[in-house]
Write a protein that binds this ligand. Structure first.
Ligand code: APR
Ligand code: PHB
Length: 390
């Protein structure tokens, strides 16, 4: 079998890239380790930058996103019993974000891919990229007990942090940078109206809390928890009590509680692998970098990687120029590191660190005061939150 591009992974990175390539007649096969149902069962974040929305529109599959996505012009920071609004729209010169669940986006992209008959092999086992340091790369995988080989021009490693693509690169050719944070986020999804029409990021002596949403009738909440906390220890009642304790009184009073239909704990980490290109293998999205969710940047960074890689492939096939491919890694990494910095900064600003000195806590309180009272500081926050330009 031969394809122009083999994409490993059917998360948002792989699906976005696959659809953009399909639209310009570049033939790509997606190989996904899990089943479709498993991919669609994963609950992830839900804040889309305008650039991400633009990319989804370019796939021709933004119908539901445009109809149901919630446009947000601001966010709130809550601390010391007070709520402070950051006017993202005004401070960023007219930009906004759209709240739309990543799971929904994945479902839209998968349905679009099926509708045009583009192929995804689900439950592809032992996927392995080969020969990417030559001009004749190929990928092998096992499906239904049979080993297959696909020859191609390029391999896109869109297989997330635990994927094979990054691990297939010889150790000496890759540098990694990492920081883990000594806490996690316990998230809960419930069919209840959100506490407010915008997101509330709350910093409290008991820890961080976030009020987010998926729709006008579905809420997504998080509370900071210990890194080794177990989800079984958290009844819905305990979660709601803890959430309300960390919010200012008026917000706490406005929380509508109800039974959860998803509850899970995720650790917080920053991770970057450099470079993002190895010959004819290109890493994209979580395969190359992880950010803590505080800045809502994970999905948006995957989208900007896809943007750069898609433009590079378009240029290669359209103009026979490798300039975009050569520039992919430095271009993507420049934007990645800015989002890593922003996500780290938001994480430090809003969380309780178990080992924080009194001095560090004073500085953190001062930073919160500064960012909510200085127009310049708030503008820097807004510029990053709505998304830096590609
Ligand atoms: N072979 C084939 N597929 C694989 C392999 C493998 N060895 N390993 C992982 N995969 C698949 C996973 O099952 C998953 O469906 O690759 C996909 C990777 O998807 P994501 O982890 O969602 O990563 P990505 O597409 O880069 O999405 C961006 O940013 O912060 C996040 O939550 C955000 O998931 C989002 C991500
Ligand atoms: C979410 O809705 O899941 C969400 C929103 C904002 C974040 C992180 C997660 O910063």
């Amino acid at each position: 079998m031969r394809r122009q591009v083999v994409i490993i992974g059917s998360g948002p990175s792989g699906l976005l890239l696959g659809q953009l390539l399909h639209r310009i007649g570049i033939d790509a096969l997606i190989l996904e380790r899990s089943s479709k149902e498993h991919v669609l069962s994963r609950v992830r974040a839900g804040v889309l930058e305008e650039g991400t929305v633009g990319l989804v529109r370019a796939t021709g599959l933004a119908g539901r996103l445009d109809a149901q996505g919630l446009r947000h012009d601001g966010i709130e920071f809550a601390f010391d019993g007070q709520r402070h609004r950051i006017d993202l729209h005004e401070l960023s010169g007219g930009k906004r974000v759209v709240v739309y669940g990543q799971t929904e986006l994945t479902a839209d992209l998968m349905a679009g891919r099926e509708a045009v008959g583009a192929e995804t092999v689900y439950e592809a086992a032992d996927v392995m990229p080969h020969g990417f340091d030559t001009d004749t790369p190929y990928v092998t995988y096992v499906h239904g007990g049979v080993t297959h080989r696909v020859d191609c021009d390029f391999i896109a490693g869109c297989d997330g942090y635990h994927g094979i693509s990054r691990r297939a690169v010889p150790a000496g050719a890759i540098s990694t940078f990492e920081r883990s944070y000594p806490f996690g986020w316990l998230g809960l999804l419930a069919e209840v109206p959100p506490v407010s029409h915008e997101l509330i990021y709350a910093s409290h002596p008991r820890g961080f809390a976030l009020c987010s949403m998926r729709s006008p009738t579905r809420s997504r909440y998080y509370v900071q928890c210990d890194g080794d906390e177990k989800v079984e220890n958290w009844s819905d009642q305990r979660f709601w009590d803890e959430l309300r304790r960390r919010l200012p009184a008026d917000a706490a009073d406005a929380v509508t509680t109800g039974p959860s239909f998803e509850k899970s704990i995720a650790g917080l980490r920053s991770f970057v692998a450099e470079p993002m290109r190895f010959g004819r293998l290109f890493l994209c999205g979580d395969a190359a970098h992880i950010v803590p969710p505080t800045g809502a940047k994970g999905l948006n960074l995957a989208a900007s990687d896809v943007h750069y890689l898609f433009e590079a492939l378009r240029e290669f096939y359209g103009e026979r120029s490798a300039a975009g491919l050569d520039a992919y890694s430095p271009r993507a990494l420049a934007r990645v590191w800015k989002a890593v910095r922003f996500s780290w900064w938001m994480t430090l600003l809003l969380h309780r660190f178990p080992d924080a000195s009194p001095f560090a806590e004073k500085l953190r309180a001062t930073e919160l005061d500064y960012v909510t009272t200085s127009r310049h500081a708030a503008a820097a926050l807004a510029e990053n939150y709505v998304g830096l330009p590609y």
